[in-house]
Every structure is written in structure tokens, then in C-alpha cells.
Design a protein around this ligand. Structure first.
Ligand code: FA5
Length: 337
């Protein structure tokens, strides 16, 4: 029996076969178990002899089976490793690279241009006090000009800022009457505007503020002209048109000659040859005084531009919603920025 079992165990090449052999010899109805069971029919003298022999065979079979089991599982592992081997010399799958979002690229470009002109970059909260977003900017409560910027209120005193102009007030307060103040403030703003090709309920602005002695409209115009030429990398015509903001006096809006048709008239500029890019003006004395600046000694200018509108012009995009829908085909066009 022992010899027969040995050659069968030796010949087994898979775990299933080994299991069958275990049942055949060592199972409840197995051959060796049968021998042990038959001991009751033996004479008392034979019993210890057969008993110890049977136990010896049993432990021998168990040893062989265990050894074989190990051998089989090692062989299986070896086989699997061979089959699943990774060829490290193969070229890797190309990983898709992300690109910078066109609005981030525009923000960085605008920051670089103004930093080059000596401006600092300041930031302010997107969740703002009504007093900073409106009152400190000379929009008293119930003032009709508040309708120009339909707002998302959180409480009666707190809202999502509707423009970046409140950062002007924070910047002046932080400087405690010191000059020069020369900051730009990029950031998100929110308005209850209906979304369409040129409007979004959330968009980005860049605010600019300069306060010092002797600042005039001349500095404002020159700064904005230099900015527009750098931004659009071409000689552009610019013009200032009178406008109204409660926090600047006088107030203007700046148009640039249409970047698409060079001022001859096309669909983009509604055949006027001009495109409005920002609002600006001389900081209202009441705003200067409210933020701790003596309006007899100092004057300042401020401007605020819509970032998406600048990006639409620069990249010739026809719908502002493209910036927010995350269409990869659209975004991939800017991968080289
Ligand atoms: C303002 O927000 C003023 N704070 C700008 C300013 C700053 C004037 C400093 C004077 C001094 P206005 O509401 O016009 O102004 O918005 C400025 C720019 O934001 C617009 O020229 C336009 O480019 C952009 N804009 C306004 N509403 C939207 C909108 N719903 N979606 C996208 N861009 C918008």
C-alpha cells in the first residue's frame, strides 16, 4: 500500500489529483483508515505491531502529500509568473497631459503685465459684507445703481460679491493712508444675470487701483492703453466713453478697436468697429475718505475688467459658456499655453 501510494503521489501533477489520493488513503473510508479500523479483529499481540506500522505509514503518506502539495503550488506559481511577466522594456502607454485652463492663462498674463508696470496683486473675500461691496463704494441702501449688479444675498448684510471693487476698499484700509497704492485684484464675482453667450452668473474680474499724489485721467488712459496693447500684442485704437459708476467721478468705459476686423466692422463688434472691455474712472473722493485717505492730498484711478470678455476677444471664442462646460475638445485647443 505504501509503495503504491508513493508512486501515485509522485505521479500527481495537480492539486485535484492530490486531493483524490488523500481521500483514497486517508479519508474516512480510505484504505489506510480501513486497516486501522480492522485492528479490532486482530489478536492482542498483533494489534500494537500493525497499529504502529499503520501510523508510521500514515505519517509517511502525509509527509509525501505535503511535500508534493508544496511542489505543485510552487510549479503553478512559477508558471503564472512566467505567463504574467511584465516586459519592462516595452514603451509605456502615453498618459494624457492636462493643460492650463484658458481663464487661468489669461489671469496670469494680466497679472504679469501689471506686475511689469509696478502693481502688486491683492485678494479679497468672495463672500463679502454689503458695506464693502456697496456702501463703502458710495452705493447707499436703496440706491438705484444697485440694480446694475443684481446680487446673491446670503443674509441682509452679506452677499456674494458682485464685482472686485470691494477689494479696493480692503487694500486702502490695509495701507492705512500710505501711498502709493498700486494694486490689481483678480477674482470671481457673482451676479443674478441670465446666462447667455456673453453673460454668466459667475465670472471673473480684475480690478485695478492706483492712489497717490497727482494721479489724473492721463495716467489712467496711458496705463490702460499700455495694457491693451500688451494683452492683444498689437497696436490698437482705444477710446474712453463717459459712463457712470457711483464710486468713480468722472467715470468712463474703455473700448478697443475690434481685434477681429481692426475697426472696419464685423459680427463680433456688431459692425461698430469698437469693443467695450472695462469700466474705470477717478476714485470718488467719498470712497477715498471712507477708506482713510485725504482726498485733498491724494487722487486715484480705478478700473475693472471682465476676464472672460477679454479671453473671448483674445482667443476669438464666441460663447462665454465654453469656459465652464469643460468640453475637452475646447480645452485641448489651449494645451500649448
Ligand atoms: C463693474 O463691475 C465695476 N466694478 C467696474 C469698475 C471698477 C468701474 C473700477 C470703475 C472703477 P460692470 O458692471 O460694467 O462694472 O462690469 C465690468 C465688466 O465685467 C464688464 O465690462 C464686463 O466685461 C464684465 N461683466 C459684467 N457682467 C458680466 C456677466 N454677467 N458675465 C460676464 N462678464 C460680465
Amino acid at each position: 500500500l505504501k509503495e503504491e501510494a508513493r508512486s501515485l503521489i509522485q505521479a500527481a501533477h495537480d492539486p485535484e489529483k492530490l486531493k483524490q489520493l488523500r481521500v483514497k488513503y486517508l479519508g474516512k473510508k480510505g484504505e489506510l483508515t480501513g486497516v486501522l479500523r480492522g485492528m479490532k479483529d486482530l489478536s492482542p499481540e498483533e494489534r500494537p505491531v500493525v497499529g504502529s506500522l499503520a501510523n508510521e505509514v500514515r505519517s509517511q503518506l502525509e509527509q509525501w502529500m505535503e511535500a508534493k502539495e508544496r511542489q505543485i503550488s510552487e510549479a503553478l506559481l512559477e508558471e503564472r509568473l512566467k505567463a504574467e511577466a511584465v516586459d519592462v522594456t516595452l514603451p509605456a502607454h502615453p498618459r494624457p497631459f492636462g493643460g492650463i485652463h484658458p481663464l487661468s492663462a489669461i489671469t496670469e498674463e494680466i497679472e504679469d503685465i501689471f506686475i511689469g508696470m509696478g502693481f502688486e496683486v491683492a485678494e479679497g473675500p468672495e463672500v463679502e459684507w454689503d458695506s464693502y461691496n456697496f456702501e463703502a463704494l458710495n452705493f447707499p441702501k436703496e440706491h438705484p445703481a444697485r440694480d446694475m449688479q443684481d446680487s446673491f444675498y446670503i443674509t441682509s448684510d452679506i452677499l456674494l460679491r458682485t464685482h472686485t471693487s470691494p477689494v479696493q476698499v480692503h487694500a486702502m484700509e490695509e495701507r492705512e493712508g500710505q501711498v502709493p497704492v498700486k494694486v490689481i485684484c483678480p477674482g470671481k464675482v457673482y451676479r443674478r444675470d441670465d446666462d447667455d453667450a456673453t453673460h454668466s452668473h459667475q465670472f471673473a474680474q480684475v480690478e485695478g487701483l492706483v492712489v497717490d499724489r497727482g494721479i489724473s485721467m492721463g495716467e489712467l488712459h496711458g496705463t490702460l492703453e499700455a495694457f491693451a496693447e500688451k494683452m492683444f500684442a498689437m497696436e490698437l485704437e482705444t477710446r474712453l466713453r463717459p459712463s457712470y459708476f457711483p464710486f468713480t467721478e468722472p467715470s468712463v468705459e474703455m473700448d478697443i478697436s475690434c481685434v477681429q476686423c481692426g475697426g472696419n466692422g464685423c459680427g463680433m463688434c456688431k459692425h461698430t468697429g469698437w469693443i467695450e472691455i472695462l469700466g474705470a474712472g477717478m476714485v470718488h473722493p467719498r470712497v477715498l475718505e471712507g477708506a482713510g485717505y485725504d482726498s485733498e492730498r491724494y487722487t486715484g484711478f480705478a478700473f475693472g475688467m471682465g476676464l472672460e470678455r477679454i479671453a473671448l476677444l483674445k482667443y476669438g471664442i464666441d460663447d462665454i459658456r465654453q469656459f465652464y462646460t469643460n468640453d475637452l475638445k475646447f480645452l485641448r485647443q489651449f494645451q500649448s499655453l
